[in-house]
Design a protein around this ligand. Structure first.
Ligand code: ADP
Length: 541
């Protein structure tokens, strides 16, 4: 017997339609690439998005056609998303921090027909234009006055949509229609495309709105520093209009001073970004003796939260840190570190220790850990295994079948992360499977070593990698980038680790570099480091 309820397809256009009806005066506040601030209401965004739909249709764009963006967070970028998705086209966010060759490869693989971009990225687009096989239309986020000279025949975005009708039929298709495409940064091999559906994005939006997830409301002011091209700005471009929260968009300026200015003047209550961004903000706050009176919550993810960032926010600024784990393939939020009930009254040190863990899955996400043969392992908070995930907003494979079957027999996706899970469901990442250091058949967590090492005031960044060892197969080498003006010694760095990790985890050597290479999403590029140190001979070897 079927239920007797309405058929209401879960398509993302309904999110902006809701914002337009219920919270039409709530705003998106954008710092333009020119530096000035612009304010747009959800009602205005709705109109702009419909105009984008009509502009796209004029260029022959319809169901399933890919529309690419190389864009900072802005209201124009939002209008491109909703305008494309509303008519069943697929909005493809490209990460501008990738190598230009990789950008061209991705755009060709996706068969993008339109490319809309911020003028910051004009040099990249000019450089790759002859390699773009399918892009026919270029649009630049600008008006007539701010439009740069270019050799692409590009159209200024504002003129492209200006005067167009705001009537356009949206969402007249099944809810499992594709709506978004995002390639993983591909630190190994070519990037792989994750193809979101309307249904998966709407369900992910509902998942993130739970109180123990991000849980924002119409009264919140949310600043996504995390870019829309980095795993959908962690869903905020959908969950903010769904709730009616104001959005504050930082554009191209993500340095400490610029972010602080927005947090302060717009009275931001919730913000989200990777740890490197928060290091810059915290330095700025400390140097200028500033406070964060309006901010309630900071979501930190993309890589593990270092203890010094957690302590600074919680202890010095009284801001609730929510550590989040996820990946492009999980839409992206998989777990969040909101305190579970049994920890609420725990002593501060235990609460902080809990918050360093990656957190618990909200309703809608299932996790398990397995051994190398795929057997389930216990959730005892100690046994580590490969982290597997299942849910309605988790990838079932990659665009065009790249990578083949990625699910196990029970439909769980292999995250490539290594983790343990405790009896309350709290998950702790101990490594990426490919970064794990295998010493004498046992795993050493590179993440643990790195997090403790960066706690030393003379250390700016640290990376532990496995180096060949004749007896143990691999032993850890710690690569350290000293803090500005500092000259730490090997002994000082090792003393920082002493007593905090198992003795046999202690790196066999420490080397100092002027800069640790970072990948396109600001994470340490271990592949490059392993390449750089592939012939390194450990003193113990
Ligand atoms: P990319 O590899 O392209 O940067 P993602 O942005 O999708 O892709 O990154 C996903 C990976 O980032 C996860 O599989 C995990 O290894 C790492 N990661 C994300 N959040 C955290 C976190 N809070 N702690 C540790 N690792 C994390």
């Amino acid at each position: 017997m079927l239920g007797i309820m309405q058929d209401w397809p879960l398509t993302v256009n309904k999110i902006l339609e809701h914002a337009n009806r219920i919270n039409p005066t709530r705003e998106i506040i954008t710092r333009r690439v020119e530096g000035n601030i612009s304010r747009t209401t959800y009602a205005e965004l709705f109109t702009m998005s419909k105009q984008v739909s009509n502009a796209l249709k004029d260029h022959g764009i319809g169901m399933s056609d890919r529309v690419a963006t190389l864009g900072w967070n802005s209201e124009r970028h939002m209008a491109s998303w909703y305008g494309a998705m509303g008519i069943g086209a697929v909005l493809h966010t490209i990460n501008p921090r990738l190598h230009p060759e990789q950008i061209a490869w991705i755009a060709n693989h996706a068969e993008d027909k339109v490319l809309i971009f911020d003028k910051t990225f004009l040099p990249i687009v000019e450089a790759i234009k002859d390699h773009l096989e399918t892009v026919k239309t270029f649009v630049i986020y600008a008006d007539a006055d701010t439009m740069p000279e270019n050799s692409l025949g590009a159209i200024p975005f504002d003129i492209w949509i200006d005067g167009r009708s705001d009537e356009c039929r949206w969402g007249d298709f099944p809810e499992d229609t594709a709506c978004g495409l995002c390639y993983t940064s591909g630190t190994t091999g070519n990037p792989k495309g994750v193809l979101y559906s309307h249904r998966s994005n709407v369900l992910h939006t509902m998942i993130t709105m739970q109180k123990d997830a991000i849980g924002m409301g119409a009264n919140d002011v949310v600043l996504p520093v995390v870019p829309m091209f980095h795993a959908n700005a962690w869903g905020l471009a959908l969950s903010c209009p769904a709730t009616g929260a104001n959005m504050v968009m930082p554009g191209a300026q993500m340095d400490g001073a610029s972010i602080y200015e927005l947090l302060d003047t717009e009275k931001v209550t919730i913000t989200a970004a990777v740890p490197t961004v928060w290091l810059m903000l915290l330095n700025h706050l400390q140097e200028n003796n500033l406070k964060l009176p309006h901010l309630n919550k900071v979501i930190i993810g993309g890589s593990a939260v270092p203890e010094k960032i957690l302590r600074a926010f919680e202890e010095d600024y009284e801001v609730d840190v929510v550590h989040a784990w996820g990946m492009t393939e999980t839409s992206p939020l998989g777990t969040l570190g909101t305190l579970p009930p049994h920890m609420l009254d725990a002593p501060i040190e235990e609460r902080l220790e809990q918050k360093l863990k990656q957190g618990r899955p909200p309703f809608g996400v299932e996790l398990k850990i397995v051994d190398d043969e795929g057997n389930d392992l216990p959730n005892d908070g100690d046994t580590t295994g490969r982290l597997m995930v299942r849910g309605a907003a988790i990838a079932a494979g990659y665009f065009k079948g790249v990578g083949g079957n990625v699910l196990d027999d029970n439909g769980f996706f292999d995250t490539g992360d290594v983790a343990h899970i405790d009896e309350y469901g709290t998950m702790t990442i101990t490594d990426r499977a490919k970064d794990v250091i295998k010493s004498g058949g046992e795993w050493i967590s590179s993440i643990d070593i790195e997090n403790i090492a960066v706690g030393h005031p003379k250390v700016a960044n640290a990376a532990a990698i496995g180096i060949y060892h004749p007896k143990w197969d691999e032993r850890p080498l710690l690569v350290v980038q000293p803090a500005q003006g500092e000259n730490p010694t090997k002994e000082e760095v090792l003393a920082q680790l002493d007593g905090k990790i198992a003795k046999w985890w202690t790196p066999d050597d420490v080397v100092f570099v002027s800069e640790i290479p970072l990948g396109a999403t600001g994470k340490i590029n271990k592949l490059a480091l392993r390449e750089q140190f592939k012939d390194y001979k450990l003193p113990t070897a």
